[in-house]
Design a protein around this ligand. Structure first.
Ligand code: CA
Length: 240
């Protein structure tokens, strides 16, 4: 399977540091974004540990893509917990992770997801959110207690119900095997892209750019122009 790709990560306009991390391994068909969090320090360390462990764990090609991604995410989760226990300053750090691995024999892709970063599939005039946010507000929406329009800018919008490195509860790795067609584009992004832009605006920007690098840059520019309150990371993967 041939694919084109682009990725950009940016600190934004408000935060002092970029705690997001981006993984682009086009030769191996592996792409991921991670959004780290944690007190005084550690957010950038947590997202970096997650990205590095997924990168290493997926280095050898294998047909069991789902099993390998699940194992990689679990070992990243444990590595973050160990690092936090070893250094009190890192206590409480965690990270989201959304990873896409193309299958070795050109027959699809697998997405693995924890937290509130997102994967979308863009197919012509349709843009579909593939991942489900692991957040308190999403649970309220699912229970019919909150209108989806209100979820994103809700005061509790950033409360996660799932993250790597968080001890409470069980790590719930969402696995998706989306169908795809030639020309489909997958977008992986952290929530900093979504802080001020809605899905329609993102879709419009993507459609306005033929080349993926230009599109990725334009998305990050638009998020920054709208205030850039958070770190912004995007990866675009187009299947040819
Ligand atoms: Ca964020």
């Amino acid at each position: 399977m041939k694919s084109d790709f682009a990725g950009v990560t940016h600190t934004g306009q408000v935060r002092a540091r970029n705690e997001d991390a981006l993984l682009l391994r086009p030769a191996r068909g592996l792409f991921a974004v991670a959004d780290g969090m944690g007190g005084h320090a550690g957010g950038d360390i947590a997202s970096r540990i997650a990205i590095d462990i997924v990168d290493e764990s997926m280095a050898e090609p294998d047909d069991d893509v789902v099993g390998r991604l699940q194992a990689a995410i679990r070992s990243a989760h444990e590595a973050i917990l160990r690092a936090a226990r070893a250094d009190h300053a890192l206590s409480g750090m965690g990270t989201t992770l959304t990873a896409l691995q193309l299958r070795p024999r050109a027959d699809g892709c697998v997405i693995a997801h924890v937290g509130d970063s997102r994967a979308y599939r863009i197919r012509g005039h349709e843009m579909s959110q593939l991942t489900r946010d692991q957040t308190w507000v999403q649970a309220q929406v699912d229970a019919g207690l909150l209108h989806p329009e209100r979820a994103r800018r809700h005061p509790y919008a950033s409360i996660l119900t799932g993250a790597l490195g968080i001890e409470e509860g069980e790590l719930n790795v969402e696995i998706l095997e989306p169908d795809y067609r030639t020309g489909d584009t997958f977008l992986l992004c952290t929530d900093g892209l979504l802080a001020r832009l809605d899905d329609d605006e993102i879709h419009r920007i993507l459609n306005a750019h033929k080349d993926l690098q230009g599109a990725a840059r334009a998305l990050v520019d638009a998020a920054n122009d709208a205030g850039g309150p958070d770190n912004i990371t995007v990866a675009l993967i187009q299947l040819a």
